[in-house]
Design a protein around this ligand. Structure first.
Ligand code: KG4
Ligand code: ZN
Length: 349
């Protein structure tokens, strides 16, 4: 199938055309992230307003890049939740309109199922992921560890009890006076730093659960800055000081170590796992990828093949829609409501 997908759950307006859930014909995105740099976070009302402006140009661009006409599209897919309601509505209203106008079936997709499908994008036919798969989905809104026996079946092993991993990066960056979004700016500052310079605890160390907790790391960072009496006033043109680089590197290491500690525990409990995947914005983190590779999991390890496929994008929604149709048949085309909060059970059963 050729699926045209729309994703607009946060501050991005994204449209993609994907063939058979794997071949990305276009993956177009307009982000208002730079616009929100000054405010240090997304303002929901503003984000939706920008998405209304961007939606049609992005749609045209995605069709053009894919060399596709509406006639060649077999179905429309759209993120139905969770996310910012106004933003989601811009996407779902557009998708419903296109489906009616072009007479195509419509598939509503859970945002997380999109992330879970992102490791299939751009895979070659002879190197497709094999289930059962352990997937860590870590972004600004969630941190979940899944045991998946198929695209739509599996178990949520654990979730974060407080902040999400991406949120920990964002809040940490704010404490270090580094720009939003925090993940890339902490990673960049950490390049010059020593990850062993400052000690951080390993969260939930004694608990044999698969849950995560990041709020303690954030507090530890705040106290480290206070106790060391560090004066953190940076401007990008001056570059970061040794203190900031060392703090960024140590804090990043602590977040990565916690994520990897849970992956290692899950692999120990589920020796049948064939592959380990990391997806979502945090999977763009190079240090996390390096440490995962060094973990010696005895399995195939994957993350999305492009940076764009790690963070929010529409190609992953198209892939998830394709797999929903394959595994659920006509149920994939069921009527859906747009929902700001949507239980994870709506993604995988
Ligand atoms: O998946 P995503 O684009 O949006 C959500 O669904 O939340 O993830 C965004 C999150 C942000 O918190 C951002 O700081 C984080 O992913 N992120 C990173 C990196 N790039 C983005 N975290 C760590 N390292 C990165 N290189
Ligand atoms: Zn996301």
């Amino acid at each position: 199938m050729h699926i045209l997908a729309i994703e607009s759950s946060c501050d991005e307006t994204a449209v993609a055309v994907v063939e058979n859930g794997i071949t990305v014909l276009s993956n177009t995105i307009a982000s208002s992230r730079d616009f929100f740099k000054a405010s240090g976070g997304v303002i929901p009302e503003e984000a939706a307003r920008k998405q209304i402006e961007c939606m049609l140009p992005v749609l045209h661009q995605a069709l053009k890049e894919a060399h596709c006409t509406p006639k060649e599209i077999d179905a429309i897919a759209v993120t139905r939740g969770p996310g910012l309601l106004g933003s989601l509505l811009v996407g779902t209203v557009t998708a419903r309109g296109l489906a009616a106008l072009w007479n195509k079936p419509l598939i509503g997709v859970h945002h997380t199922l999109g992330h879970l499908s992102s490791t299939w994008l751009d895979c070659s036919a002879d190197d497709l992921p094999q289930f059962p798969i352990l997937t860590l989905s870590a972004s600004g809104g969630h941190t979940d560890l899944w045991y998946r026996s198929s695209h739509t079946q599996g178990r949520l092993l654990g979730s974060t009890r407080d902040d999400a991993a991406g949120e920990a990066f964002d809040k940490g960056a704010s404490l270090l006076h580094l720009p939003y979004p925090g993940g890339p700016s902490i990673a960049k500052a950490a390049e010059q730093g020593n990850p062993d310079a400052f000690p951080f605890p390993l969260p939930l160390k004694k608990e044999p659960s698969f849950d995560f907790s990041f709020s303690g790391l954030k507090t530890a960072l705040r106290y480290t800055i206070r106790d060391a009496k560090l004066l953190l006033r940076e401007t990008p043109s001056q570059g970061v000081s040794t203190d900031v680089a060392d703090l960024a590197a140590s804090y990043q290491e602590a977040i990565c170590n916690h994520l990897l500690d849970r992956i290692a525990l899950a692999l120990h409990k589920h020796p049948d796992i064939q592959e380990v995947h990391i997806v979502g914005g945090v999977s763009a983190n190079i240090r996390l990828r390096t440490l995962l590779t060094q973990l010696d999991t005895g399995t195939t390890v994957r993350w999305p093949k492009s940076l764009r496929a790690c963070t929010d994008n529409a190609a992953m929604i198209a892939a998830a829609a394709e797999f929903l149709v394959r595994e659920k048949g006509n149920a994939a085309y069921r009527f859906f409501e747009t929902a700001a909060s949507l239980p994870l059970s709506a993604a995988i059963q």
